[in-house]
Ligand binder design. Sequence first.
Ligand code: ZN
Length: 304
Amino acid sequence: MRFILVALSILHATSAFVVPSQQHFLGPSTAVSVRPVAQESTTQLHLFGTLKKIFRKKTQEPVPTGLIDTKKFDKVTEIFPGAKTNSELITYLRAKLVKRGYELDSKTLCATSLCCDEASRPLETQLSNVFDTNFNMGGLAGFPWGGVTSFGAMTAHIPDGGSCVIVHGPHVGVDSAGNVGTVERRGRVNGGACCGSAVAASGYVSPVHAGEQKKATMPQDPVDAQQYFVGSLLMPYAERLEKAEDAMVELPYALYDAQKEMMGKIIKAGSPSDASNSTTSELTTVLGGIQINTPPGRLDFFCH
Ligand SMILES: [Zn+2]
């Protein structure tokens, strides 16, 4: 097996992505359309509409279900310049992979590392429409809590002669008023934190950094272990958050940097050192960024 690592995006490239010695970065290429859409209306239904359904009409009523997300949301690209809609991201990713020799629907395994939050699922659904299904490495705040074991399992599931693509990132909500770190949710009168894990972690690191609170000790019980580590991994970015103009905007960028480093360690540790007998992957592509969740009725975005 020969692994070639392709990093499709490096946000805040101040911290280097850890790359195993036998892997290589390839530069970006021009996006092209790679697979004709046979039934546009059906595909649009899949690409645009699967999980979040309707735009809330009255602020004092729960967000109902039943309609499809179709509206762009300019506030997102004002706050997160360069963010693509999920569908634009899929088009970009497909073009990149095909140019690098991927056979998308038959020999590519897609692994994701996205938050537990149901708001993270529409992107996975859209990816599954391209790659048939997905392997899930993720957990709270989008960190790859499945670790080296999940990466090793994933690579062992790649179709013979095929490749894999990993899509990972924290997520953040932008509500209809443009507030960051919260979003309206289907069936609820009031929205809430998004990402809840990330906001909770920022609420932990801030007083610890200020010396107002002690660091938490590593839990012996696994019942809330992921959240402990979200806080721990965010701690090195406490000062950056403190100095940020808007900590809720900076938060997903900080988490992305922490996550990118963790993913790099996992890939390095989980890549086989002697893969001469393998029949599987020749390419490993990593697409990292920030998932941006919007109110029901609006398209979600991904900033990479
Ligand atoms: Zn979350």
